[in-house]
Design a protein around this ligand. Structure first.
Ligand code: PLP
Length: 385
């Protein structure tokens, strides 16, 4: 036995391709080349002033000691209200846990629900870290084409991927990278399938506030779904708080002790001052989210309109802040297309097949950018490709 070998549990776990892209962009910049950076995944605005002020105040007032590892009571109380009013998920304080971003919420959710060899159904294209999180449980991600489900029906499509090892469905809406928003009828179809086959659900609602055409709908609000669903949320996207690292999960009693133990032994909770900052975010007037949604909508319309005009067909994303154009006219291999866009037009994106085979022939471009950058990037694409 060689003791200097990493645990076999990590055998299938990759390291984000997106980091590789970021490094390539940094190289180009270091070489003095301008790059239009559409590859990112975070809000372009600074975090709100009251959030920053509340964090500074917490530090000044020496609220710097250990907090309960599942979160401070004030924040959990405010989350209970938010979840009741906004998500129609009726819970009590003991059903919600504060985590280091949506990422940790998802990590502890998968670790709690999956055993080795279990299978998890992921609608694809999907947010890349999810497959790695599933593999990190020594379980198996099984990709289900979102397009196929929307065309042929959810039950029939999911049925094709069902086995006696299927344990759960990962249900992300609005979706990264496609901007797809599942309708209430689609959520009902998935919930019905989960109930019928006794499956669990991990619902990822990171972009719940970045939704343009309809109200957000939480699958856990459907009858009998609370007991079989862990829903994860984050402050990152709604409130431009990516660097604070704070999110939360709602889980039924059967799973909450798993989330609590994993959080306790991995991070022992979120920094105390950050939790007060999150509380301030929840207390912002509703107009804050409305205004930021409008700012994203203008950017979405500009980028998607421009891409379609230039000849990169792109469905209108109904949520999140990504466009997912078809770039097959440059190259059907999305990694090649990504390289060509970068080398010829200095437009950085993310190759679509990183998000699963169903993302092939596409790239992901964020429109969470200053309007001038979107305009300049489009102009460069128009001129050089
Ligand atoms: N879920 C999705 C679909 C995401 O795109 C992200 C971030 O990009 C997250 C969850 C987690 O975000 P964070 O860890 O910043 O809360």
């Amino acid at each position: 036995m060689n003791p200097f070998q990493i645990s076999t549990r990590l055998d299938g776990v990759g390291f984000s391709d997106i980091v590789t892209i970021r490094n390539r962009v940094m190289e180009l910049r270091a070489a003095g080349k301008p790059v239009f950076e559409f590859q990112g995944g975070e809000p372009f605005m600074p975090s709100p002033e009251p959030v920053k002020e509340q964090m500074i105040k917490a530090l000044r007032e020496d609220r710097t000691r250990y907090a309960p590892s599942s979160g401070i009571a004030e924040l959990r109380g405010a989350l209970v209200e938010k979840l009741k009013n906004k998500n129609q998920i009726n819970i009590e304080e003991r059903d919600v846990i504060v985590t280091n971003g949506g990422t940790q919420a998802l990590y502890v959710a998968f670790q709690t629900m999956l055993n080795p060899h279990d299978q998890a159904l992921l609608f694809s294209p999907y947010w890349t870290p999810i497959a790695d999180m599933v593999r990190g449980c020594e379980a198996v991600p099984v990709l289900v084409s979102t397009r196929e489900a929307r065309t042929n029906g959810f039950a029939a499509t999911l049925e094709n991927h069902l086995s006696d090892k299927t344990k759960l469905i990962y249900f992300n809406t609005p979706q990264n990278p496609s901007g797809v928003v599942f309708t209430q009828a689609e959520a009902e179809a998935v919930a019905d399938f989960a109930r019928r086959h006794n499956l669990l659900v991990i619902a990822d609602e990171a972009y719940e506030d970045l939704i343009y055409d309809e109200p957000h709908f939480s699958i856990a609000s459907l009858p009998d779904m609370r007991e079989r669903t862990i829903t994860t949320f984050t402050f990152s996207k709604s409130y431009s708080m990516t660097g604070y690292r704070i999110g939360y999960a709602v889980a039924p009693e059967a799973f909450m002790s798993g989330l609590q133990r994993l959080t306790l032994y991995s991070t022992n909770g979120v920094s105390t001052a950050t939790q007060y900052a999150a509380l301030a975010a929840l207390q912002l007037p509703a107009s804050y989210l409305e205004e930021s949604r409008m700012a994203y909508r203008v950017r979405r319309d500009l980028l998607v309109g421009g891409l379609n005009e230039i000849g990169f067909p792109c469905d209108m994303p109904r949520g999140a802040f990504y466009a997912f154009p078809d770039v097959s006219r440059i190259n059907r291999d999305s990694r090649q297309a990504f390289q060509i866009l970068l080398d010829r037009a200095q437009v950085a994106s993310v190759a679509g097949n990183i998000f699963g085979a169903q993302g092939e022939s596409h790239v992901r471009m964020s429109y969470s950018l200053p309007l001038e950058t979107i305009e300049a990037g489009l102009e460069s694409l128009q001129r050089k490709l």
